[in-house]
Design a protein around this ligand. Structure first.
Ligand code: PMP
Length: 366
């Protein structure tokens, strides 16, 4: 017996988040391509709005009313069906907490977003991982894993950390195969990277069904990761649950003001999407050209590529070699991806430098 408080046993199963380094051994700034942030930064209009935000001594609008109005107008959603969160992380956790508890099961795919596992454990539920298919989510495997204890199903589409994407028909098939009393959380953190031609099925699904919650974020294409703003939409009952259990002042004054300006600046969103598509294609081609060295990229619809290392150059060696050159990317050995690096799409110069470094290391490793 010690005299210190003992954490609950479920805590031991969780790995603490390991943040990327901000500077190298010699104090040189590192280029951070490990957290899927926007390499174009933040909309100038959003930066200008920060200065005009309400004084910090006053609490923010607890209902984020102007922001809900703006999001509703942009996406054709009744603002009453929208809730804001401290990042979409908060909303994912609240969704699990609101609908699953001790002994219940929370289901998601292998190689999906790490927060789902933690969200399940935090509310006492059992996390269940369905097998993947080629690093993507497998609808048949997910449906086969549903039991009478399943209360919440998480699906990230596009998926993180793999970038894979399920077409609308597959998402509908998954939703259609779930019992009506199971909450289906469709995490669309990367939805804005899809082309307008690709079906924006998630919001339609959330509008039409009582058991679908769609989550979105300002952290990725909107370039506001540091402000911590996410949102969710779904049936009034779902939104009411999240409103009851969320922090009352969960989005700051500056966050609300910046997000409002960012929503109004869709030109920045379009430019970010186009930059990402062009650079992602160029980087994917550079990886394909290293196929003879065992490098391979998983097809991605997000703002990053998962690169597999199946030859003489290991992912760990490549991670260390990139770090020595000043580039921090993501190596995920704790998620069964010790043979892969997740690399955020940065500027053209950054992607050229990373591709050249990978070529140099792969040739040397032969
Ligand atoms: N969902 C997915 C799939 C993500 O990749 C992320 C960010 N890594 C989030 C949700 C959470 O983002 P935020 O809390 O910044 O909104």
């Amino acid at each position: 017996m010690t005299n210190a408080p003992a954490p609950k046993p479920w805590i031991n199963a969780i790995h603490a988040y390991v943040p990327g380094k901000a500077s190298g051994a010699d104090g040189r700034p590192l280029v951070k391509l490990s957290a899927n942030e926007n390499p174009l930064g933040t909309s100038a209009a959003a930066l200008a709005a920060r200065a005009a935000a309400q004084v910090p001594s006053l609490y923010p609008d607890p209902g984020s009313s102007d922001l809900r109005e703006a999001l509703g107008a942009l996406h054709g959603i009744d603002p009453a069906r929208i809730v804001l969160g401290t990042g979409s992380d908060e909303l994912l956790n609240l969704a699990a907490q609101g609908y699953a508890g001790q002994g219940d099961e929370v289901l998601f795919s292998r190689f999906s977003f790490a927060v789902y596992d933690i969200a399940a454990r935090r509310c006492g539920a059992v996390p269940i991982e369905a097998p993947d298919k080629d690093y993507g989510s497998d609808v048949d495997a997910l449906l086969a894993a549903v039991t009478e204890r399943t209360r919440v199903v998480f699906l990230a589409n596009p998926n993180n950390p793999t970038g894979t994407y399920l077409p609308a028909s597959e998402v509908a098939r998954l939703h259609g195969g779930l019992p009506a009393d199971v909450l289906f959380v469709l995490d669309q953190a990367y939805a804005e990277y899809l082309t307008p031609e690709q079906d924006d099925h998630g919001l339609e699904l959330a509008a039409a069904h009582a058991n679908v919650l769609v989550t979105r974020t300002f952290s990725k294409i909107y370039g506001l990761a540091g402000e911590r703003i996410g949102w969710a939409t779904g049936a009034p009952g779902l939104i009411d649950t999240l409103n009851r259990i969320r922090g009352p002042f969960n989005v700051t004054n500056s966050g609300q003001a910046m997000a409002l300006a960012a929503v109004a600046d869709q030109a920045f969103v379009t430019a970010s999407r186009e930059h990402n598509r062009a650079e992602r294609a160029r980087f994917a081609a550079a990886i394909e050209a290293l196929g003879n060295h065992g490098l391979r990229a998983v097809p991605s619809e997000a703002n990053f590529l998962l690169v597999l290392f199946e030859g003489a150059l290991s992912a760990e060696a490549a991670y260390n070699g990139l770090a020595e050159r000043g580039y921090i990317v993501r190596w995920l050995p704790n998620q069964g991806l010790g043979h892969a690096l997740r690399i955020t799409i940065g500027t053209a110069e950054q992607m050229d430098a990373i591709a050249a470094a990978l070529r140099e290391m792969a040739e040397a490793a032969r």
